[in-house]
Design a protein around this ligand. Structure first.
Ligand code: NAD
Length: 482
């Protein structure tokens, strides 16, 4: 990576000089070397971004008034622009947050394009106005109107995908957006801004304000914002929900998780056939993924076998620089994040967990915030490492007696975001999946579907992203009686 120090902010469709003088320096998670910087937005920059988004929204001939098919075409042009920058995007994300570049190509370059194309197509056929007979006589026309200016706040773990979960349906609905990326991953937001500038999306429809927690909080409570969409920690989500509650401002929250991977007693445990899917469902992106099944629920009669399978899986993974094509586990996104993960490993040991593999820093990595893929056995579901989100490559294996017991343990969590069931019997898998209290769950795999709702219950959040209904997050209904 070459060091890129970008001079401008992307506001009002233009690269403008920031009002703030400070900059956000980004350091590579793999090498700890500086790899670029962007201006840090201050409150005046956010005011300018919200004003630009407001002006674009209020323009009587502008984005919100466009025919939905025109918006769909402009969104398609954004998808094309992003696709033409796929490799640059994947490498930029990987260099910043440590996501292995092979995964970044699929999930940070490919997936956002798929999400934008999905909404570009959906909006071409979606109904925005519909009339039916008034129940008491006459006619009622129901309109779905864009909600207004959206404040979208994204975390660092999947910066592009989780931004697209917000801006794609918001734009399709006719809203305009002020996007605040996480300070750890601001360089990919420059690539994104370049794609927006080169697309047919009009000036002011997407604006980007790089900054940290304070500027995020300022955006959430800004009087010019009509709706907030957030992904990140449960703690930040609570604070945002409090603000939005006071302001009566609609908000969707996609927060943390501590999901269960339920291995049923008939599961195929041959890593040759299920290894890739098991890895994707439990350790993807160095464990820094909200939906992962990091509590492995193992049937008593196959417990030792399950422990052996996860030991083999975790110890076989190639750990290294995120920009190497063959890397499967990269570093933690930040030094702070590594300290947090190491703190949980110490807690697991302190609570009597049995370390099966990992637990330390990999030898041969002198730089970068690496943690070895780590598996604990003999964990009680009440232990901190089974209840709290670690956000690192740390798995806890918990024993259960029968399917009812497995479901009870899976549901004994403050969270409810993801999960998986592993079985040779798809009907039995579906039956167990139905009983797990969660927003999403996979059977013998886990892969979010852009065309279906994604999100969590309990401490994992409020509302759903993706799928046709997510358009409704960015719309107000209006009934006209005539
Ligand atoms: P965070 O929640 O603090 O930050 C996420 C985003 O929200 C960032 O853009 C941040 O600047 C912004 N933000 C933080 N507090 C805010 C506030 N009060 N108002 C408005 N914006 C705010 O997450 P983090 O500190 O980067 O990571 C801490 C932990 O959060 C992780 O260890 C992990 O457990 C969890 N996390 C979860 C997800 C997820 O996808 N569910 C993503 C990232 C982090």
């Amino acid at each position: 990576m070459t060091v890129t120090d970008h001079p401008h902010l992307f506001i009002g469709g233009d690269w403008i000089s920031p009002k703030s003088r400070s900059r956000i320096q980004v350091v590579s998670a793999s090498t700890e070397e500086p790899i670029g910087s962007v201006p840090e937005a201050n409150e005046a920059d956010v005011d300018a971004a919200v004003a630009a988004a407001r002006a674009a929204f209020d323009d009587p001939q502008g984005w919100s008034a466009w025919n939905p098919a025109q918006r769909g075409a402009a969104l398609s042009s954004l998808a094309d622009q992003l696709e033409s920058r796929s490799e640059e995007m994947a490498r930029t994300v990987a260099a910043q947050n440590g996501m292995p570049v092979a995964i970044a190509r699929q999930l940070e370059a490919g997936f956002p394009v798929a999400v934008i194309r999905y909404y570009a197509n959906l909006v071409r056929s979606a109904t925005f106005e519909e009339s039916h007979p008034h129940l008491l006589g006459g006619t009622t026309t129901v309109r779905r109107e864009p909600i207004g200016v959206v404040g979208a706040i994204a975390p660092w773990n999947f910066p592009q995908t989780l931004s697209a979960f917000k801006h794609a349906p918001a734009l399709a609905a006719g809203c305009t957006v002020v996007l605040k990326p996480s300070p750890e991953t601001v360089l990919d937001s420059v690539v994104f801004a370049e794609a927006v500038a080169a697309s047919d999306i009009p000036a002011g429809v997407i604006n980007i304000v790089p900054g940290g927690r304070d500027i995020g909080a300022y955006l959430v409570s800004h009087p010019g914002i009509d709706k907030v969409a957030f992904t990140g920690s449960t703690a930040a989500g609570r604070s945002i929900a409090e603000t939005c509650g006071r302001l009566l401002r609609p908000v969707t929250l996609e927060l943390g998780g501590k999901s269960a991977a339920i291995i049923l007693d008939d599961a195929d445990l041959d890593l040759g056939s299920i290894g890739e899917q098991l890895f994707g469902a439990t350790l993807l992106n160095n464990g820094q993924t909200c939906f992962l099944g990091t509590r492995i629920l193992a049937p008593r009669n196959r417990y030792h076998e399950v422990v052996g399978v996860f030991e083999a899986l975790a110890s076989s993974l190639e750990v290294g620089d995120a920009l190497n094509d063959s890397t499967q586990i990269g570093p933690m996104a930040s030094e702070r994040q590594r300290a947090r993960v190491e703190g949980y490993i110490a807690k697991g040991l302190g609570d009597g967990g049995r370390l099966v593999t990992g637990g330390g820093r990999p030898s041969g990595q002198n730089k970068g915030w690496f943690v070895e893929p780590t598996v604990f056995a003999d964990i009680d579901n009440k232990h901190a490492i089974a209840q709290e989100e670690i956000f690192g490559p740390v798995l806890s294996i918990i024993q259960y007696d029968n399917d009812d017991d497995a479901v009870q343990i899976a549901n004994d969590s403050d969270y409810g975001l993801g999960g998986t069931v592993w079985t040779s019997d798809p009907d039995r898998g579906l039956e167990v999946a139905r009983r797990v209290r969660t927003g999403t769950i996979g059977i013998n795999r886990y892969l979010p579907d852009p065309s279906s709702p994604f999100g969590g219950i309990k401490d994992s959040g409020i509302g759903r992203e993706l799928g046709p209904d997510a358009l409704g997050n960015f719309q107000n209904f209006k009934s006209i009686y005539s």
